[in-house]
Design a protein around this ligand. Structure first.
Ligand code: PLP
Length: 353
């Protein structure tokens, strides 16, 4: 067997998707299953489809291409680059947009492709990443885009809790619904989709989510079973869809603080240490190139992550009941960022069960 490896349990994933579907059902919300966390592996994406999502969504065109054989609408999450317009309209049925210039390029590409391309216009409600910040700019854009024959405006969307860390609430999302109503009235059009954010909107599904929000784009909630505003577990979900295993390559008793003069570490930072005396230290063959130290946790509660470098993970095994030895395998749970990196790393074996 090859290590490090990550095992993806598609049955657990399907159950997570179903649990989230039950949560959104009373509000008639459709879910776009976000595939970027697992580089859009089609076998894993199939668990989303089987679980009941309405769209598959990704932020990268290369990933959407991998999903082309799954018969379900595809949504492009990142604002398209003008340079990818021609390919984008082939692999995405709908995209999130905030620039008329880009939509013009999509319109030209859609005409060449002889298929109308749908868009959701993004509104910035304070997170300060993508979207129209001023209402008048949004209105001007709608007016311009309505002239494009190969583009259909399907709705409005917002993204929160990504750059600015702004947590969605009733007031913020009501602004999105109201804005959509004003667009509909002013231009006499119907906006079918009001996309109220990502996994950080999940806490509002306790009944606070404003009527009119009928679409969410979710990765973390499905993959990890956590909402992304406070990190709480969603009832009925499992946090172990993904399990990473790494192999031990050294076990030695060492002091916990270097005894010589300290300069920079492998990442250019001056490290600091807590002196716990002489400890049993375990090296594993996986590193920061493949994962993120802060979002990884050993399943054995007796192990502590001390740190790592590009290709090494260093654990403190002094308090573990098990006597770890060279060649042993250590299992880890992980959160979103580690999953993203591990799934992207070509050095980690992927096992889908
Ligand atoms: C990644 C992404 C999502 C999914 O975010 P989660 O927190 O994983 O649910 C939703 N919308 C956009 C625009 C994204 O880029």
């Amino acid at each position: 067997m090859a290590y490090p490896r990550i095992t993806i349990d598609t049955e657990k994933l399907r159950n997570n998707v179903r649990a989230v579907m039950e949560l959104v059902a009373p509000f008639h919300i459709r879910v776009a299953g976000v595939t970027k966390g697992f580089s859009a592996n089609p076998q894993i994406a199939k668990a989303y489809v089987d679980g009941g999502v309405t769209y598959l969504a990704d932020s990268r065109l290369q990933n959407l291409k991998k999903l082309k054989d799954l018969n379900i609408p595809k949504l492009m999450l990142r604002l398209p680059m003008i340079s990818e317009a021609e390919e984008l309209v082939k692999y995405a049925d709908i995209s999130l947009n905030s620039e008329v210039e880009t939509v013009r390029a999509l319109n030209d590409a859609a005409q060449k492709n002889n298929k109308v391309h749908d868009i959701i216009l993004m509104v910035d409600l304070g997170d300060l990443r993508e979207g129209y910040f001023h209402e008048e700019d949004l209105m001007d854009a709608v007016e311009d885009i309505l002239d494009f024959k190969w583009i259909k405006i399907r709705g409005l969307g917002v993204n929160l809790t990504c750059y600015g860390g702004v947590i969605p609430n009733e007031k913020i999302l009501q602004r999105l619904v109201d804005l959509a109503t004003r667009v509909e009235e002013r231009f006499n059009i119907k906006l079918e989709i009001i996309s109220g954010g990502n996994s950080s909107t999940v806490p509002l599904l306790d009944g606070r989510i404003p009527e009119g929000i009928n679409h969410l784009r979710m990765g973390e909630a499905l993959l990890m079973g956590t909402e992304a505003a406070y990190g709480n577990r969603i009832p009925g979900t499992d946090d172990s869809v993904f399990t990473m295993e790494a192999q031990v390559i050294e076990v030695k008793e060492k002091p916990s603080v270097p005894t010589e003069e300290i300069g920079r570490d492998a990442f250019g930072k001056v490290p600091t240490f807590v002196d716990r005396g002489v400890r049993k230290r375990i090296l594993c063959a996986i590193g920061k190139q493949d994962m993120d130290l802060d979002t990884l946790s050993p399943i054995d509660p007796g192990l502590i992550i001390l740190g790592g470098s590009s290709d090494h993970l260093i654990l403190d095994g002094s308090d573990a009941e098990k006597e770890y030895r060279v060649g042993d395998i250590i299992s880890f749970k992980m959160h979103y960022v580690s999953m993203l990196r591990i799934m992207t790393s070509e050095y980690v074996e992927k096992v889908i069960i």
